[in-house]
Design a protein. Sequence first.
Length: 56
Amino acid sequence: MGDWGELCQEDIDENNRALEQGSRLLSAYTSASKVKFWIITEWDRSVTTVLLPSEY
C-alpha cells in the first residue's frame, strides 16, 4: 500500500493495518551516505518525527 522503506514484513503488515485502523506509522530508510534513519508518524497524523536509531 505504501512505501515503508526498509522494514521487515511484520512491520510492513503493521503499517498496512495502521492505515485502516488509524495507528502509528513507521518507515526506515538509509541515506546515500549510509546513515539509517526512521520516520514515525503518530496515530492521529498530527506529528511526524525523523530519528536516527541512536535517538530512539
